[in-house]
Each structure stands twice: as C-alpha cells, then as structure tokens.
Design a protein around this ligand. Sequence first.
Ligand code: FMN
Length: 512
Amino acid sequence: MGDTHPATVLAYHTRSKHAPDRYAAGPGTLDWDAQPEAFRDWVGANQTPLPREIAVAEIAWGELAAARAPLPFDTHNLGSLLRLCVGLTAWKEYAGSRWSLRAHPSSGNLHPTETWLVAAGITGLANGLYHYQNLHHALERHAWNDAPGDGGVWLGFSSIHWREAWKYGERAFRYCQLDMGHVLAAVSYAAALHGWQPRLLGMDAALVAHTLGLDRKHDFAGVESEEAEMILALHQTETALPGNWQHWAGKPGLLDAHPWYQWPVIEEVALATRGTPPASDRLPAVAMATDNHGTDIRAAQVLLKRRSAQAFDGQSVMPQAVFKRILAGLLPGGSPVWDVWTPPARVHPVLLVHRVEGITPGVYVMPRTGGAKDSLRTAFRDSFSWQAADTELPLFQLVAARAGKTARALSCHQDIAMQCAVTFLMVAEFAAPIAAAPAAYRHLHWEAGMLGHIITLEAEAAGWRGTGIGCFFDDAVHEVLGIKDDAFQVIYHYAIGMALDDPRISTLPAYQ
Ligand SMILES: Cc1cc2nc3c(=O)[nH]c(=O)nc-3n(C[C@H](O)[C@H](O)[C@H](O)COP(=O)(O)O)c2cc1C
C-alpha cells in the first residue's frame, strides 16, 4: 500500500476550508466559562524563577542586524530571551475580565504552543529538561540525567491542540501551526539581540517527542496530549542533545475538565504530518537590508509592545519607505528569521494594497524566489498584467483595483481586512511539497506564520500595527486569483495599518 499520508493531509485541508455558505466544522455553542486553562503546570516539578530584567534593552531596532558578541548562557540572559519571545507582555482588563498577552500573537489568544528548555552546563541552572511556565516566568524541571553532559542550550516546542480546537473545531490544527511559525520567528529576533543564532535541528518528530517526554503515555493519561513540533540549538557547537532521561518529576495539569466536543480529524492530520523539519544549514548570516526607519526605537521595546490591532482607522496612508522595509524583511537576508529557517521560500505574499503612498491601489504579488514567479504566473488568472512595480523588490502589479471590500469579503467579512493599509494573502506552493513529504503541511504554515511575524514587527517598529487573519474563505481567494487546483493554496491572511486603540481596555504589567 502506498503512503496514505498526503491524501489524509489534502482531505483535512479541504474539509477545514471556510466558505461563505459553509464554515469548517466547529462547536455549535461555546461555553466561555469552560475555556481550557491558558497555562499548564507541571505539578510536582521543582520551579526555578527566572530573572526578569531584559539584558539587551538598549539595542536600537535599526541595529538588529549588526553582528554582536554572544552573551553568556546564564539564567539572566535566558530569562531575558524567553521574556522577549514567549513571555507575558501585559495583562489586559475590561468589564471584570482579565487576560494576558504574550510576545507572540496567537489565534484567538488561545496560545497552544508550550516552550521547553534543555540545559547543560548553565551557570545557576541544574542540568535537565525544563518546561517554561510563562505565567510566573519560571522553569519547571521535568527530567535530568546523573551525568552532567556537555554544555549547551536547546529550546523545544509542542502544541496543545485542544487549546485551539475547543474554540475553532477542525480548522484548529492550521492555527496551531501558524502560531508555531510566529513563535519560531519571535525566537529568531530575541536570540539575534543576545548575539545567539538558533539552529533548527533536523530531528524526527518521534525523537523530539521522546526528548521532551511527550511520548510518556502514563504522564498524559486523562489530560490533554502535547504534539511535538521542533527543537532548536542556541549554542554554536556540535554538542549532543541530552535525552533518554534517567529521572523524571512532575505531571501535566488538566486544562479542561469537561470537553464538550471531539475533533478526531485533528489527531489524524497531526499523525500524517509527523516528520522532520528542515535543519538550518548554518550558512553565514546574509547582511540584512538596511534602512534607518525605526532606528531610534529600542528593539526590545518593539518585541514587548507588539500587539494585534483590533481595528484600523481606514484612512491613514502608509509611507512607501515603511511598506518597502516590511517587504524587504520577507526576502532572504531581510530578517534574523532567515538565518534560522534556511530552505528555499515556498510561501509568497499576494498584497491587496489599499493605502500606500505612491502605490496605485490594487492586487500585487511578491514571489520570493525566481522560480515561483513563473509558476505563480501559470497558476494565476491569464488577464493579470504582471507589471514590475518596484526597481528593487520583486513586486508585480497584477491589476489596479480598489480591493478593500474584496479583502473584507475574503477574510470572513472582517472589517480589519478593509480598514488596514495592506491585506496580505499568503499563497503557498502546496500539492508538490506535500506529496514529497506530508510534514511540509506544517512547515508551510510555519513559514506563513514567520512572514506574518516579520510583517507585524516591522510595522510595529515604524508605529504601525498588524493582525493575523486565520479566518478566510479559501476557495473564494483562489477564485479571485484564478487558482484552479491545489498546486498553490492560500494559507494565511495578514493586515497592517494604523491601529485604533480601545480606551475602555486597561493595561497592567506582565509581571508584578
Ligand atoms: C494564526 C492567527 C490567526 C489569527 N486570526 C485572527 C482573525 O481572523 N481575526 C482577528 O481579529 N484576529 C486574529 N488573530 C489575532 C489574535 O486574535 C491575537 O493575536 C490575540 O488576540 C492575541 O493578541 P495580541 O496579538 O495583541 O497579543 C490571529 C492571530 C494569529 C496568530
């Protein structure tokens, strides 16, 4: 029998599409009081509080790309890194409700991603496997070996599907993967500030699960499982990753005592997409495109103040320099992300430009590789003009149009897609990568999430703001672009514009 996994993935993708007359299967009713716990405790594991100071507070956004000496691996610098990529950044309060925000966005603010740290030879930290507890900015020691092991630091990530599926039903697996992409990008930026260059390890999912203890069935009996995603090395030596832990402590807490629904298709697609992520190839970093916009603002401040806009003003015109800087970030060398994620680009932004200085409103595309330009041209509508729209960026105008209402209609009728300055539609090379390796389904979503994260941080640095849009009508987008089969599929939308803040919501510090 042939490999059925590609077919499972394509079937999942099709059934989890939203359409104007048929949303993907999700809960008919939601009991908001029954939302799963936002934070998982490892009950019985020893907790080590991490220092809260930001070690790199003074570096300006414009200096992000500059080479800098790596800071030593100690609890201060690791605490600083974790705060800047996966830590809490604020508490919000409105009408008696209180919720926290983190350095990376998450669909529905549900945060399915859990962070793990493996430490060996770190000053002030016993060797072992730790769960990062965002709520208290602390490490919970879950496993260790008797032998100290060679010095090194690794970050691991897992997804708790139920945190998303509870609200979003079958489409939730996609959101978990997009979130993972945001997290990977967030780590890349935070690490660059500390002079560290993370390397994604080409490790099979089963080994990632084993190293993080996620395959310990008895630990997870009766509680929500965690899906292994990836492990990154933060140090630059070839030190072997510790594993096969001899000692364990702590059990995962239950997040939802009364789950109302089950979405077995999520576990099916998770199983079908287990594989090996593309290892970072450790090429020397390419110099980033430089432009002095946002130079004065501190990079750590950008990472900590990042928020998703809940509304845009519908009128501000984005300066062309800001627009071009955002697009340059999506190309090789344009962001620290591309030192970590090094395979050829497979996700390409289509842009619905509503309000950008000097750019005719319309539909544009920026193929991120030379080859993609030809294949996108074959896949897209014949009537598109493919007029070069910039002398430096590979940006092409497909058609001049006021596309605000179209953007809103395609994005599940959400106003943010029309009121922003630009709506991005992330179009992925699809059927071929998935046929070659079904795990590509995850990796394409990671790549789209990374693009979203770069867009959002560059916008934030320049005083603008972004919002991810996971709710869109897949095939309606394909129809607009003329895509007739699954050689390409849209997998994420993103909006950037001038945010309108809601004065009724108050903000409190992340950690008192
Ligand atoms: C994958 C993904 C999909 C999202 N989809 C939507 C969306 O369809 N509509 C929307 O208003 N916000 C969307 N968001 C934004 C989240 O609601 C937001 O990140 C979350 O509430 C946390 O707020 P913060 O980003 O300000 O920290 C999405 C975010 C992500 C990462």
